[in-house]
Design a protein around this ligand. Structure first.
Ligand code: SF4
Length: 215
């Protein structure tokens, strides 16, 4: 520590020269791009929605925020009770046909850029519930960014999925693929809110999804 302080002092005084100065700068200066810093900041400041659907909800978000698993280590401890303050939703449990429009509405109300984790067999593919009452996979009606298998997945698996999602966010993925779900932008954007204008055909497409899902 003392040595580092002395070298810093020498550098500030202009006493470091040549190779020594070059080595000092290489050790201290980190070059990166703005996009990478933005992705890093985004991935480490996720605000998950406080939301649960069925038995999986006991594992997440309930378990992963406890001291044992501690989601706060990954910068996502601020669970929000309002979708308008959240940018991630964990679908923890089976999605019934009746619940699907509600889930979709919550998703639409969330802030961009937003992320979805399908947690457990039920939300990913309906699991054992191959019947008329349960949606056979949440990606039938909304975009899903990451799937975590299990029934229920262990909290460690959810955390692993979360770190995978973080890596995905750091890569600044193009969310264009969500267009086929008409799921770009927030609800206000799609409805033509005061601050932004939807593109041609966006509002009609959005209304069509509303009709289909009954929201
Ligand atoms: S995956 Fe298993 S634990 Fe999770 S909601 Fe379905 S039945 Fe329950």
């Amino acid at each position: 520590m003392r040595e580092r302080q002395l070298r810093a002092r020498d550098m500030l005084r202009g006493d470091l020269e040549g190779e020594e100065l070059e080595r000092y700068v290489e050790e201290k200066v980190v070059m990166t791009s703005f996009e990478k810093v933005l992705g890093w900041a985004r991935s480490n400041s996720i605000f998950p929605l406080t939301f649960g659907l069925a038995c999986c909800a006991i594992e997440a978000p309930i378990s992963i925020v406890t001291a044992r698993y501690d989601l706060a280590r990954f910068g996502a401890e601020a669970l929000r009770a309002s979708p308008r303050q959240a940018d991630m939703i964990i679908l923890s449990g089976r999605v019934s046909i009746k619940m699907a429009p509600v889930v979709r509405r919550l998703y639409d109300q969330m802030l961009e850029p937003k992320w979805v984790m399908a947690m457990g067999a039920c939300s990913s593919s309906a699991g054992m519930f191959s019947n008329y009452a349960v949606v056979q996979g949440a990606d039938k009606f909304m975009p899903v960014d990451i799937y975590v298998p299990g029934c229920p997945p262990r909290p460690e698996a959810v955390l692993y999925g979360f770190t995978k999602l973080q890596r995905k966010i750091q890569g600044n993925p193009d969310p264009g693929w969500r267009q086929r779900y008409n799921a770009l932008g927030s609800e206000e954007w799609a409805r033509g809110g005061p601050r932004s204008e939807p593109g041609p055909g966006d509002r009609e497409a959005y209304e069509r999804v509303r009709e289909l899902t009954g929201a």
